[in-house]
Ligand binder design. Structure first.
Ligand code: SF4
Length: 322
């Protein structure tokens, strides 16, 4: 069986909460709490959940832009935490990120040419002619005209800026791209263009994606597998086909019920959750979803459900699976 390109084992990212200037912190925000999954070469795993569920923190911790509190991230067989600073810097060539906000993630003082040549220079790739050639190629595959090279980021629309961000992520020929809500800051009309571009680039370059989104509707068209996060934990993970056809976790059912259906003949009842998401500083003792779950049992308040296999490539953390 093929080995995964990325393995995440029991990843935790806990941030200390400072209670006052002089007292040491005793509590922690458990932004990511014991998350494990793998991604195979050439596939797209969608990581979905409400704002604040820990999906973006997971993405950043995978790239070691944030130091994990514990757990392992193994990329192409290498444990990233065991690498020296210089080794990690070199490894970053293969792991790139596309951020949510194309307005904030481009330096306004640099031209497009400078933005794209920066990573090449930092990693000592090619001579000036080869860099120019590489930039021209990437601009073309990302649907940007070479006449844009001397212009600044603020001169472009949101969709074009996100194309520049994607070109910057691709310029070093990475293997894995973590795309953190790459279309949520864009107009609906532009979103599908960027999603199609990501799909075309994946086919052309054999890319592997971790695609982070709050919207299961967006993820459906791009991802072969989906992980659903709630309050820093994985609620459900598996093949997209199975999760959309037969969700096992009540939280996934809720998210799916919110996807609009275009066909007026199809009647769909939206599940409205009561109550707020509990604080990640003091999550419920048992199931993280117990305070809002319409199907909660007594055991859910005291015992944390483990992620268990329900079918081939389909896992969920819910006592109802027993
Ligand atoms: Fe709901 Fe209990 Fe399942 Fe949690 S474990 S999702 S509270 S039924």
């Amino acid at each position: 069986m093929a080995k995964p390109l990325l393995e995440v084992h029991n990843l935790k990212v806990h941030f200390p909460v400072k209670s006052s200037l002089f007292r040491r912190s005793r509590s922690f925000v458990k932004a990511v709490d014991d998350v494990s999954f793998e991604i195979f070469r050439g596939e797209t795993l969608g990581l979905v959940g409400e704002s604040g569920c820990g999906k973006s923190t997971t993405g950043r911790a995978i790239l070691h832009l944030l130091k994990p509190t514990s757990g392992q991230v193994i990329f192409a067989g290498a444990d990233l935490a065991a690498l020296s600073g210089e080794e990690l810097r070199k490894k970053r060539k293969d792991l790139q990120m596309v951020f949510q906000d194309p307005f904030a993630s481009l330096n306004p003082r640099l031209t497009v040419e400078q933005i794209l040549s920066e990573p090449l220079q930092a990693h000592h790739v090619g001579d000036p002619d080869e860099r120019r050639q590489r930039i021209a190629e990437i601009m073309e595959v990302c649907g940007l005209s070479s006449s844009c090279l001397k212009r600044y980021a603020h001169e472009f629309s949101g969709g074009q800026r996100q194309r520049i961000c994607i070109a910057r992520a691709l310029i070093l020929k990475p293997q894995l791209i973590v795309a953190d809500e790459p279309v949520s800051a864009l107009d609906v009309s532009i979103q599908s263009q960027i999603l199609n571009l990501l799909q075309d680039l994946q086919e052309e370059f054999g890319l592997t994606y971790l695609f982070i989104s709050h919207d299961l509707g967006v993820v459906k068209h791009l991802c072969s597998r989906v992980g659903v996060m709630y309050l820093g934990r994985l609620a459900e993970i598996g093949s997209a086909e199975k999760i959309y056809a037969r969700p096992l976790h009540p939280y996934t059912e809720t998210l799916l019920s919110a996807i609009p259906v275009c066909d007026p003949r199809v009647k769909k009842e939206r599940i409205i959750l009561r109550g707020d998401v509990p604080s990640p500083v003091d999550p419920p003792q048992g199931c993280a979803f117990v305070t809002r779950c319409p199907k909660a049992l007594d055991i859910c308040r005291t015992e944390r459900p483990a992620l268990q296999k329900a079918a081939e490539d389909h896992y969920a953390a819910c006592h109802l699976l027993r």
